[in-house]
Design a protein around this ligand. Structure first.
Ligand SMILES: Cc1cc2nc3c(=O)[nH]c(=O)nc-3n(C[C@H](O)[C@H](O)[C@H](O)COP(=O)(O)O)c2cc1C
Length: 310
């Protein structure tokens, strides 16, 4: 199912980490632990990025939390989770047993909460190869903005995540025209890669109740509907920052979609919403990517990364 027969070398480098291939799961769409293993072998993917973890258990937002939209969905799950300590004890062991490379995503409402989550991860086993800093969440100390909408706040949360003592990736927001500035700030603060990007802010209104449909009002739009936004965001980041490692995410549902992100400048992609329709989507996309490269005479992934820039 997930085994490639292709001759292409899909190895990819993200800062100090070398992954066997560039297809990863997107945070929040493949569970906290081993849920994915019911559908595919997580060790065959480049890495498994787990749902964002707060230092403490977190209940998330009121229902309804998800709603289907044309070519995508809006969600306001609100970062529900067990907290880092419970995750380390109860969820990570099952995932680690699959042989997967694990990326722990963390979030907080303040810089201190990011630091606390990172500190709790410092003792994680080596199977946790990196920490993805979800900077695209609301900053309690600045009600107007997500952390990733401010150079200062982006710098602070990436810096705080250094307490985890492992490579950091900064997950950025597509909802600011200054995304390349945020990427530059994240790299300057010590991130080895930037994940571009999180969901696009959206809303659905229930015409019967005449109120926003999601329990939290606003939500994040994901799926194929946002792919051109995310591809453009990756392209912009590459154009502004050169060959900084970028992980592209937003609406990847096929190998061709993944290739678009690679050409725009990503060294890896994450698969999110596609997994809800088909839990084996990341494995299918990986297999088809190998076949696509074979058909197009691509021997190494490097030949594709950033090639759209001419
Ligand atoms: C239900 C749901 C939950 C999500 N939870 C998280 C999360 O906990 N942390 C995070 O960084 N991104 C989260 N995301 C965003 C995804 O990781 C991804 O950036 C976004 O959905 C775009 O990719 P996609 O179109 O492939 O889904 C979530 C997305 C969805 C749909």
């Amino acid at each position: 199912m997930s085994r490639r027969t292709a001759a292409v070398d899909l190895t990819t480098r993200l800062g100090s980490i070398v992954l066997p291939n560039p297809v990863l799961t997107a945070s929040g769409t493949a569970g906290h632990g081993h849920e994915l293993a019911d559908h595919l072998d997580p060790s065959t993917l480049g890495a498994v990025v787990v749902k964002s973890l707060h230092a403490e258990p977190w209940a998330g937002n009121p229902a309804p939390r998800v709603h289907a939209t044309p070519s995508g969905m809006v969600n306001s799950v609100g970062l529900q989770g067990p907290g880092v300590e419970a995750w380390l004890e109860h969820d990570l062991p099952g995932l680690a047993a699959t042989g997967a490379r694990v990326v722990a995503s963390i979030w907080g409402r303040t810089v201190d909460e990011f630091a606390r989550a990172a500190e709790l991860l410092a003792g994680a086993p080596d199977v946790v190869v990196a920490v993805e800093v979800n900077a695209s969440c609301p900053n309690l100390e600045d009600r107007r903005a997500l952390f990733a909408h401010s150079v200062t706040a982006t710098t602070e949360v990436v810096d705080a995540a250094g307490a985890a003592g492992r490579p950091r990736w900064a997950k950025l927001s597509p909802n600011t025209p200054e995304l390349p500035d945020m990427a530059a700030a994240a790299i300057a603060a010590g991130a080895e890669a930037v994940t571009v990007a999180n969901t696009v802010l959206g809303m659905v209104i229930d015409t019967e109740t005449r109120r926003p449909l999601l329990g939290a009002g606003r939500g994040g739009l994901s799926g194929p509907a946002i792919r051109p936004v995310a591809v453009r965001a990756v392209f912009d980041t590459r154009e502004a920052l050169g060959d900084v490692p970028i992980i592209g995410v937003g609406g990847v549902a096929s190998a061709e979609d993944a290739v678009q992100f690679l050409l725009a400048g990503a060294s890896a992609v994450q698969v999110g919403t596609a997994t809800f329709a088909d839990p084996r989507a990341p494995a299918r996309i990986l297999r088809d990517l190998g076949r696509w490269c074979d058909r197009h005479g691509v021997a190494r992934l490097d030949e594709l990364i950033g090639a759209a820039h001419g």
